[in-house]
Design a protein around this ligand. Structure first.
Ligand code: NAD
Length: 321
């Protein structure tokens, strides 16, 4: 088996390879060539930790395996990242373990690639203003990946903790884009593309805030109870997702469906748009929303690419196991 340690990941894979891996796997999911197994996520009653598994199988690429890990809130005090995860890949022909891959940076890259894929396929033509809600660890990755898809002229942002907004300003500067901190009202009316990436349990972006043919990528809601967008705003949009089963249980759509404002059958897999089986956005003033819940197949797709590159570069550690 091969081991690719966390410290090597940044030198092995970039945004373009992650984008391709995620676009391909969303397409495979919509063709029913790839499927995710039910997610396990449990409070383990120790160290305040949330621990779980995300797993799946892609019959086209033969990626089989799981990402395991979770959230340890006390880690920061120990000099560690609170989110910890590791991907294990198996040989689909024999079941033998194939690779162990650090999953922390990979998670940020594959999550940013998912919203970036949604922006490529659903953003209004000529989108000029990117609106960011959230300024935590993931937000920097999200902004960089979004900027790969559109010629944005400006980034505007809002965060529950305003003292964190400097992160958005720094990443915007790195992208040579001006940044402005704005109210949610201004963000909703001015942004052509909005990314929400927070750990909120209450709606932040309200129906009344958003006007026009915006594309909203909801990336923070990945657990039952979390919410970033008012349910009626979700219901007003044409809704796309990575996986419908996750969208209605742990994703942003869980609330609109529970409130009877949105039916499961109205939610479209983004992969169907990639495959050309759904037309996606149909007019400039259509409101589109991507519910990016984060599926195990994304982790397997990016981990497989990392292993291939690491083996080719002689960086993967080979272990007789
Ligand atoms: P982080 O801890 O670095 O940042 C948290 C963000 O949420 C900050 O912007 C913070 O100000 C905001 N926030 C905290 N409490 C809030 C509240 N009560 N109301 C509104 N905003 C609040 O976290 P991160 O690593 O940037 O992750 C952000 C979110 O993205 C998390 O919820 C995480 O679970 C989720 N996530 C989703 C995926 C996916 O595939 N969809 C993948 C990775 C992370």
């Amino acid at each position: 088996m091969f081991i690719v340690p966390e410290k090597e990941i940044s030198s092995l894979i970039g945004r373009a390879e992650c984008f391709d891996a995620i676009e391909n796997v969303f397409a495979a999911m919509a063709r029913k060539d790839a499927y995710n197994f039910p997610v396990i996520r449990e409070a383990i009653g120790h160290a305040d930790a949330l621990y779980g598994f995300k797993s799946g199988f892609d019959r086209t690429s033969l990626a089989l395996g799981l990402k395991s890990g979770g959230y340890w809130p006390g880690n920061e005090a120990k000099g560690l990242t609170n989110h910890q995860s590791t991907v294990i890949l198996f040989d689909a022909d024999t079941g033998k373990v194939k690779a162990l891959v650090g999953g922390n940076l990979l998670t940020a890259l594959r999550t940013a690639a998912a919203s970036s894929v949604s922006i490529k396929h659903l953003a209004p033509k000529g989108a000029k203003i990117l609106g960011m809600i959230g300024a935590g660890h993931q937000s920097a990755f999200q902004m960089r990946a979004a900027a790969d898809q559109c010629n944005f002229e400006k980034v505007i942002g809002w965060n529950y903790h305003p003292e964190m907004l400097s992160r958005l300003e720094e990443v915007a500067a790195e992208l040579n884009l001006p940044f402005e901190s704005v109210s949610l009202e201004q963000l909703g009316s001015d942004a052509d593309v909005i990314i929400s990436i927070t750990s909120s349990f209450d709606p932040i972006l309200m129906d009344a805030h958003v006007s026009g043919g915006t594309h909203i990528a909801c990336m923070g809601t990945d657990t039952k109870g979390k919410q970033e967008v008012e349910a009626s705003l979700v219901a007003r949009a044409t809704v796309f997702t990575d996986e419908i089963a996750q969208s209605i249980t742990i994703g942003e759509c869980q609330h609109a469906v529970a409130d009877g404002l949105l039916t499961e059958s109205a939610i479209i897999e983004l992969g169907a748009v990639i495959n050309g089986d759904h037309k996606g956005r149909t007019s400039d003033d259509e409101l589109t929303l991507f519910d990016g819940t984060g599926v195990g197949l994304q982790d397997l797709a990016v981990a497989s690419s990392i292993v291939d590159i690491a083996v080719a570069k002689g960086i993967a550690i080979e272990v007789d196991f």
